[in-house]
Design a protein around this ligand. Structure first.
Ligand SMILES: *Cc1c(COP(=O)(O)O)cnc(C)c1O
Length: 230
């Protein structure tokens, strides 16, 4: 199957899942995860109308997207993988959002580098909801400590939360991970009234329909669009 065809089918399936879940039409955004795929594949997706992409490694992201964004400025890139502090400076010029903020230290570094660039950056806070994966804030205490720090940040805008469900064939396990994130968003909204938690980034190729049922506003899809990475 070709990339444009895959994109069309995934988009249709997202719209169908919105409808079946009683969600507003177009309330879920599609982020195409292009990690491990060449620049040419991204170009095919762009030609098919996809402009929002995700990468999980800084080196690879810069290698592809510096050139891509130079030729198509409407392309938007999100960082979705674990991020080392010493890579932030290189990453910031090409991303509009870091979805994988998982510690206060990273916020402090992003603030510093964004200020140097004179840029304001969107972030999502990644929360750990699955057993297997290690990514994300491990508990609400550390998450709230990071959120408490936001009055000190003038170059970062919080947009919401992100999670990865455990890799499991059991739909209930996956669903309960998404429910945890959706509930946490409600807690954040009442605890931090001035802040924006409108984005709930959850759902990948294998579980995005469940994520949409549980309130996802942004699904991150790789293999269903670009094919197997292995
Ligand atoms: C790779 C990746 C995805 C996409 O996974 P697929 O199963 O290929 O759709 C989504 N989110 C994150 C954080 C990833 O690392």
């Amino acid at each position: 199957m070709s990339i444009p065809e895959n994109l069309r089918r995934v988009m249709e399936s997202v719209r169908d899942a919105e409808l079946k879940a009683g969600r507003e039409p177009h309330s879920v955004q599609l982020l195409a995860v292009s990690k491990f795929n060449p620049k040419e594949s991204v170009e095919k997706a762009v030609e098919a109308g996809q402009l929002l992409f995700g990468e999980n490694r800084v080196q690879e992201a810069c290698g592809k997207f510096e050139a891509l964004k130079a030729s198509v400025p409407q392309i938007r890139l999100h960082m979705i993988g674990s991020l080392q502090r010493n890579k932030v400076k290189q990453l910031l010029p090409i991303v509009e959002c870091v979805q994988s903020v998982d510690r206060l230290e990273l916020l402090v570094e992003i603030e510093k580098r964004a200020a140097e660039l004179g840029k304001t950056l969107d972030i999502l806070l990644e929360f750990h909801t699955g057993e297997e994966s290690k990514a994300g804030f491990p508990d609400t205490d550390t998450l709230f400590r990071a959120l408490d720090y936001f009055p000190n940040l003038s170059h970062i805008t919080c947009r919401g939360l992100m999670t990865m469900a455990p890799w499991s064939s059991d739909a209930q396990t996956v669903r309960s991970s998404f429910k945890t994130l959706a509930n946490l968003r409600e807690t954040c909204i009442s605890r931090y009234p001035g802040m924006d938690f409108s984005v709930l980034s959850m759902g990948m190729s294998g579980d995005y329909r469940i994520a949409i049922e549980e309130g996802s506003t942004l699904v991150r899809i790789g293999t269903a669009i670009f094919g197997d990475r292995s």
